[in-house]
Design a protein around this ligand. Structure first.
Ligand code: FES
Ligand SMILES: [Fe+2]
Length: 434
């Protein structure tokens, strides 16, 4: 159970809140490159309760500035896109990617000069189909050296989806290794050859034992959580027999991302980015460690659930997440279809927009969640008291080799040491060739 003021501190991210101050010190996904791929690359972005507009000007420069024009607050999402910025249709003021007003054509020459009205303007970088913004006060750090940002574009597919809940409950599902045995349980195993692009549907490691079979039959893992340069690493072991363990290793990348195995050769890096305190987007990189990703197939699979332009799911509270009691009897544990994204969506949305943590009772399998909250609280205090990023978690990993975080999912010798699955990861990473 968590005191209400503690829950508030952990979940709020608006300007000036402890969480908002901390999370703004990290690069955050703000859009997919796909969203800027049309004829007019201008999209609204709402993040940490701030309304912004993201655009790519005629010279290719990305701008992320206040959505409302500093003259009389008209909506710049309807702006005229020009070679060097975005022009407000109300009185023609022109703003560049740095938020400077370059032109006020309705003003007499003595008033029409370049100036800055103090509106927000944030740096952006684009990597592997995702655009990241930095909303912090000091110079941005480099992008973290994680596999999904180091891999070539051909090996990474990017996608996103909307969740009607606070970001914290979305991250907390991602670092809970026990729920997969229940929430994502399929009552029958399917052909593991048909698993491309779908999590928990393939075989495990080098053996073609369906992951669904393991999750269903061995529901109580032993969980070990370690602090790493990236955040937390969670090893979940399911003891299959005297001689065999199933070992699944997932990660928290501080402060709001996870890295989890998707199949034998693919991992998912997923950021949960606050839109405001009651909504968030997940942004995912699906990274292949062997062949290039089949992006059209990955997109087609995901478009079955999500619709454009806002990447909102076709199911939700409004239609009971597609719940079907007869399916729940015969096919799935949830009765909400075969797509695990829907199961997770129900798990994070059904408690309400902000989980009332004063009524929860954490159990042994929630060990990573407790560690994560403690790390967040400590780091919020640190972020409030330091002007630089150097002392915050993850930023300390700068300069370390561009590899990791390590993930793993296979059947191994019972009781094998950590080194063995680490070697398995390193072997996969070496063979990736990037
Ligand atoms: S409101 Fe934008 S130029 Fe006047
Ligand atoms: Fe899940």
């Amino acid at each position: 159970m968590l005191a209400p003021e503690m829950n508030k501190k952990l979940t709020e991210t608006d300007t000036g809140t402890p969480g908002g101050t901390l999370m703004r010190r990290y690069w955050q996904p703000v859009a997919l490159s796909d969203e800027l791929s049309g004829n007019r690359p201008v999209v609204p972005v709402r993040i940490f309760g701030e309304d912004l507009v993201l655009f790519r000007d005629g010279e290719g420069t990305l701008g992320l500035i206040d959505r409302h024009c500093p003259h009389r607050q008209a909506d710049l999402c309807y702006g005229r896109l020009e070679a060097n910025g975005l022009r407000c249709p109300f009185h023609g003021w022109l703003f560049d990617a740095e938020g400077s007003c370059l032109d006020q054509p309705g003003e007499l020459p003595e008033n029409n000069r370049v100036r800055h009205f103090g509106q927000a303007a944030y740096p952006c970088v684009e990597r592997n189909g995702m655009i990241f913004g930095y909303l912090g006060p000091c110079d941005p750090p480099p992008l973290p050296a994680i596999d999904s940002l180091v891999a070539p574009d051909s090996h990474v597919f990017a996608f996103k989806g909307f969740l009607e809940c606070n970001y914290l409950q979305a991250v907390e599902v991602g670092i809970d290794p026990a729920h997969a045995s229940f929430l994502h349980r399929y009552l029958q195993d399917e052909d593991t050859d048909d698993a491309y692009g779908r999590q928990f549907r393939g075989g495990t490691g080098d053996e073609d034992v369906p992951v669904t079979w393991i999750m269903r039959n061995f529901p109580a893992p032993t969980i070990d959580v370690q602090r790493t340069d990236f955040g937390l690493q969670i090893e979940a072991r399911r003891h299959l027999s005297e001689s065999r363990d199933h070992v699944r290793v997932t990660n928290l990348i501080f402060p709001n991302a996870i890295v989890i195995p998707m199949s034998k050769s693919m991992a998912i890096t997923q950021w949960h980015v606050p839109v405001d305190d009651h909504n968030c987007y997940w942004y995912a990189h699906f990274t292949s460690y062997d062949a290039p990703v089949d992006k059209p197939r990955m997109r087609e699979q995901r478009m079955e659930l999500y619709r454009l332009p806002d990447y909102k799911p076709r199911v939700g509270r409004f239609n009971q997440w597609g719940y079907d009691p007869s399916e729940q009897e015969d096919e799935t544990y949830t009765g909400m279809g075969m797509d695990i994204n829907v199961h997770d969506q129900w798990a994070v949305e059904s408690p309400g927009a902000i989980t009332d943590r004063s009524r929860e009772n954490l159990a042994g399998t929630d060990v990573a969640i407790s560690r994560y909250r403690a790390m967040l609280l400590r780091s919020m205090d640190k972020a409030a008291s330091t002007e630089t990023n150097a002392e915050l978690p993850l930023h300390r990993a700068e300069g370390s080799p561009a590899i990791g975080p390590e993930w793993h999912d296979s059947i191994m010798d019972s009781g094998c040491p950590r080194k063995e699955w680490l070697d398995g990861y390193r072997d996969r990473r070496d063979k990736a060739g990037w």
